[in-house]
Design a protein around this ligand. Structure first.
Ligand SMILES: [Zn+2]
Length: 193
């Protein structure tokens, strides 16, 4: 998901491990078909995976966004990152979810969501209010987290990406058609430039 906050570059350097070269990777835009590929379970927790996670963080912060899933970079992996610390000067709060499972969900909430794969689009999406998620961290260590608020919404949004599901799938037929048309037009304009 994109952040409402403008990127001033400061977040990129704070809270991330020093050293190593981090790369901004291109994000796929809807209707790129690769966004529909479900992710495969991550099995190896090695330096290559850590490099990818660092690149994803760099890509998310520079967008700027509050969440990014591996399928948005064309990678069929069950991996996403989240950082909902969007206030100026708030320390970053990067969270990594690998092979995640939402094991409990309750309540209803609606949030005006965006997505880095749908630049410029914001739509009301219904989500569970509170969730419990089980996942592995960057070293393959399991953890569980019970959350509500923005963090719960972003986790549900990013988790959808791992199944090839997109925010547009949550909309009414009419809204879906409008968003589809806007995005197709945008991609055609980008391609012509
Ligand atoms: Zn998204």
């Amino acid at each position: 998901m994109p952040s409402a906050r403008k990127n001033n570059g400061s977040k990129v350097l704070s809270g991330l491990p020093l050293g190593g070269h981090r790369l901004i990777r291109p994000i796929l835009f809807y209707p790129d078909k690769r966004l529909r590929n479900p992710g495969k379970e991550v099995e190896e927790f090695n330096a290559e995976l850590h490099q990818l996670i660092d690149d994803m963080a760099e890509t998310m912060y520079s967008a700027p966004g509050v969440g990014l899933a591996a399928p948005q970079l064309g990678l069929s992996m069950r991996l996403f990152i989240v950082d909902v610390a969007t206030e100026e000067n708030e320390p970053s709060d990067l969270r990594v979810f690998i092979n995640p499972e939402i094991i409990e969900a309750e309540g209803d909430t609606t949030f005006n969501e965006g997505c880095l794969s749908f630049p410029g689009i914001r739509e009301e999406v219904d989500r569970a209010e509170r969730i419990k998620v089980r996942a592995l961290d960057r070293d393959g260590k399991p953890f569980e987290l019970e959350v509500d608020g923005l963090l719960a919404i972003v986790i549900q949004h990013e988790n959808d990406h791992l199944d090839g599901k997109l925010m547009i799938d949550h909309l009414s037929v009419l809204r879906r058609r409008l968003v589809h048309r806007a995005m197709t037009k945008r991609v055609a304009v980008d391609a012509a430039q």
